[in-house]
Design a binder for this molecule. Structure first.
Ligand SMILES: Nc1ncnc2c1ncn2[C@@H]1O[C@@H]2COP(=O)(O)O[C@H]2[C@H]1O
Length: 822
């Protein structure tokens, strides 16, 4: 081959080429002084260097020159032949790429020389990118041939070539000797990179086949490489790009990796995509770096027994046979979306607690492991404070009425999603409620003139407003169905001086009470303003107890009284479940969640803020208003019975110490619980007290003296029956089928209610505020209902008959005649 020696002088290499391309896998102790890498002592694990085996191979060159007769191309090919290698030349990018793809497994050249002198004929940069995008070409040494003038014109011109994937930019030359030196160096470099890549592939294959979980990060703490065990157990895909390490490991992993230690061993928390609970595994880590700075961090985590093979779920879920989300998230798409969730920087305290407990099982004796696993199983549930009904089986078997009632009160499942369509009839409330269904504030003109001054019997009665046997029904009579405004004024305006706490005048309070009362439905047998007044009276009574008197600020007491007065405002006389089944606008508005309670709270504020004359909050500064609002909303929402056990359990857990001999769940033990009020120093625990206070007040009717308890029971039963009537009439699902007026036993419903809702709660509350009569009345009422049950009392008529008899037998009290004094 003819060589033109006059083309140019010898080539000059690019800075990148001079610096050489060394494998980032060459391992070096990170704490060694900064020295030339070639003099460096072997890295901590010398396997990579041992693996880098480069067999002597005949040099293979591929030239891509558009001009068939290029003398530069001829010089290069000639030099290769002289060096004992083989050279091919092609003329365009397509041919080159086709050849590379065709020979991919057999004949990948060491060196490819691309003519970059005539971009109109051959786009060298594009071709380089395409070559780098072809399989098995990472090691190929790519040389771009440029004109000397172009090379000298732009000192940074080489950068574009390097970025496109060239290893070297060379000025055109026809000097065979220069070419010979060039191609030999290039071959050496290509062979070295090929060996290093092969070594890396071998190490990755080894990692893939080991049962430990392996991950390697770069210096930015991004995970670059993971093995199959890692992917299987944590729900990763093998080919994922760099992912921040915090997506997989708890913060402690990074802290360990950045302590400066070359090797370390410690447990690390690993997050599993598509599984809520992380796992804690023992980990052996290594920090790798060619210089003082770290280049890679290696994590090798040992799966605990049983987990490695199955690769799904925790020990606990496997043992339980429960379904791990990953087992259903088999398609990449779902995993990707779950992966996004996993990337959220959220770690709940409970997750940490579960991890710590799980870690504590390592090496623990089997009995301890069993105990911890049981605890972890319990912690896994999202309903931590909603214990299952005690003795549920007994309840279901023995008393379907109680089951019906308790089920309806505690569970949202009563909402039947498969209900019959209402065919455009949005207002599903019966006519007995329809007059008051709207949440719009109605005119109060005939209501605002309640006299502040009360006289005679009413005043006498109100003087007893702070006794537990307060004659609430007499108040209802004396006030002609407006007990709330009168009692509210006496208690809130008088005894508790809410006006001072809220900096409002008494007139505003009176207007407020009137508006609130007017928005209760007088037609409801139970959920009317007498119930509101009763709950207000109970809260006021509780507030008088030393424990609360010393605990709550005046503004907090005011908020409690406000909540009590308004807690059932605009109650339609049917349950939230009914409203959901009926697709009532309120259920739609509140998405079937806490429908009535949300409405009561929202309407309270709407009515209050709507009109300056009733706005008891108008003089509060912004912060105080916010606080009061928060307390009022929280207390009203706490009256939702589906959260009954949640509130009760939180209260008991915080204020009652478990005695050592008690059963593990703490609440249902025969051992006496010991009251511990030290937690009262924390505001969040005071919130629990307030919730408990309004909850107990809300159902305190069962803990009142017998005659009151009976009347309330009659009223609530009547309301339940009306709901059932309406459900049947409107072909809606019947929420409490046993509450049918023809068949229901009222005594049995009360026995169930007291047994399952009242006793535990009243015991906890009574001890807290030192009011044993709460429990005494509940027990004696329970006994009384049992006797009535045995005596065959069942229906509303039966109960009324007993009430009449009791009234006749009862010693005369102060007159119960209605009065028109006002
Ligand atoms: N004596 C009782 N018997 C049966 N259920 C009751 C009794 N007192 C209150 N309840 C129920 O307990 C619930 C407490 O919240 P509500 O006032 O919304 O509705 C109440 C009734 O459904």
């Amino acid at each position: 081959m003819d060589i033109d020696s006059d083309d140019t002088g010898s080539s000059s290499g690019s800075p990148g080429a001079r610096a050489g391309r060394r494998s980032s896998l060459a391992l070096t102790p990170e704490d060694e002084p900064l020295v030339d890498v070639t003099n460096r002592s072997p890295p901590p694990a010398n396997i990579p260097t041992a693996l880098i085996y480069s067999p002597p191979e005949p040099l293979e060159l591929l030239c891509v020159f558009p001009e068939r007769t290029s003398r530069v191309c001829a010089a290069a090919c000639s030099a290769v032949e002289r060096a004992g290698g083989e050279a091919r030349s092609l003329r365009c990018a397509r041919e080159t790429l086709d050849a590379l793809r065709r020979d991919n497994d057999t004949r990948v050249p060491h060196v490819i020389v691309v003519d970059a002198r005539q971009p109109q004929q051959l786009d060298a940069l594009l071709l380089a990118r395409a070559i780098r995008g072809t399989k098995n070409t990472q090691h190929v040494y790519l040389i771009a041939i440029v004109k000397k003038s172009a090379y000298l014109k732009d000192e940074f011109g080489v950068l574009a070539y390097l970025e496109a994937g060239f290893n070297r930019v060379m000025v055109e030359t026809v000097n065979t000797t220069a070419w010979c030196a060039e191609v030999l160096q290039a071959r050496s470099s290509a062979a070295c990179s090929r060996a290093q890549i092969a070594a890396t592939a071998a190490l990755a294959a080894a990692a893939d086949r080991c049962r430990d979980l392996v991950a390697i990060t770069d210096d930015q703490q991004r995970i670059l490489l993971t093995n199959k065990s890692w992917c299987r157990m944590l729900g990763w895909r093998l080919e994922e790009g760099p992912r921040p390490i915090h997506e997989a490991a708890g913060g402690e992993a990074l802290r360990l990796a950045t302590t400066g230690a070359r090797d370390w061993e410690a447990p690390v928390t690993l997050r599993r995509r598509a599984a809520p609970d992380p796992i804690m595994l023992p980990c052996r880590g290594a920090t790798i770096g060619l210089t003082k700075t770290t280049s890679h961090i290696v994590f090798v985590c040992e799966p605990s027994a049983g987990e490695g093979d199955r690769g799904r779920g925790s020990l606990h879920s496997i043992r339980r046979g429960s379904l791990d989300v990953r087992s259903v998230a088999s398609d990449g798409l779902r995993r990707t979306s779950l992966a996004k969730l996993q990337g959220l920087p959220l770690e709940a305290p409970i997750t940490k607690v579960i991890s710590l407990l799980s870690a504590a099982t390592e090496g623990a004796p089997p009995s301890t492991v069993a105990c911890i696993e049981r605890a972890v199983d319990m912690l896994r549930t999202s309903e931590l404070y909603s214990p299952q009904m005690r003795d549920e089986t007994k309840l279901r078997v023995e008393d379907p009425i109680a089951t019906d009632l308790i089920g309806a009160l505690l569970s949202r499942e009563q909402v039947n999603q498969n209900l019959v369509y209402m065919q455009g009839n949005a207002n599903v409330l019966s006519s007995r409620r329809s007059s008051n269904d709207s949440t719009v504030v109605r005119s109060q003109t005939n209501r605002t003139n309640i006299k502040h001054k009360t006289t005679g019997q009413l005043r006498e009665l109100l003087d007893t407003a702070l006794s537990w046997d307060f004659e609430i029904f007499r108040l209802e009579d004396l006030t002609r169905g407006r007990p709330l405004a009168h009692l509210g004024l006496a208690l809130m305006g008088g005894r508790f001086d809410v006006c001072a706490a809220l900096e409002c005048d008494e007139r505003t309070l009176l207007h407020w009470l009137t508006v609130i009362e007017t928005n209760y439905h007088a037609v409801n047998t139970y959920h009317n303003s007498t119930h509101a007044a009763d709950v207000l009276q109970a809260v006021a009574y509780f507030l008088e107890k030393d424990r609360l008197k010393n605990l709550l600020e005046p503004v907090e007491a005011a908020a409690a009284l406000i909540s009590a007065a308004a807690h059932d405002i605009d109650h339609p006389g049917t349950s939230s479940a009914f409203l959901c089944n009926a697709r009532h606008p309120l259920a739609i508005l509140y998405n079937d969640v806490s429908v009535l309670e949300s409405h009561h709270a929202a309407l309270t504020f709407k009515l209050t803020l709507n009109d300056d004359r009733v706005n008891i909050f108008k003089n509060l500064d912004r912060d105080t208003y916010k606080t009061v609002r928060h307390h009022v909303i929280d207390m009203i929402l706490a009256t939702e019975m589906t959260k009954h056990f949640e509130h009760l359990a939180k209260f008991v857990n915080v204020f009652y110490a478990k005695s050592s001999g008690s059963k593990e769940d703490g609440m249902h033990t025969d051992e006496p619980l010991s009251l511990d009020t030290t937690a009262l120093s924390q505001p969040e625990n005071v919130l629990l007290v307030k919730r408990m206070m309004i909850k107990c007040a809300d159902v305190s009717n069962a803990s009142r003296p017998q005659k009151f308890a009976m009347e309330w029971a009659r009223r609530i039963a009547e309301e339940y029956f009306l709901q059932t009537d309406e459900e049947k009439a409107k072909d809606l699902p019947v929420v409490m089928p046993m509450f049918d007026r023809a068949t229901c036993s009222i005594p049995r419903s009360q026995i169930g209610f007291i047994d399952y809702i009242i006793i535990d709660m009243m015991e906890a509350w009574a001890a807290f505020i030192d009011m044993p009569e709460l429990v005494n009345h509940a027990r004696s009422n329970n006994q009384h209902w049992r006797e009535l049950d045995e005596a065959g009392v069942t229906t509303l008529a039966d109960v009324k008959r007993v009430q009449r008899q009791n009234a006749i037998q009862a010693p005369p009290t102060t007159t119960a005649e209605p009065t028109t004094e006002e």
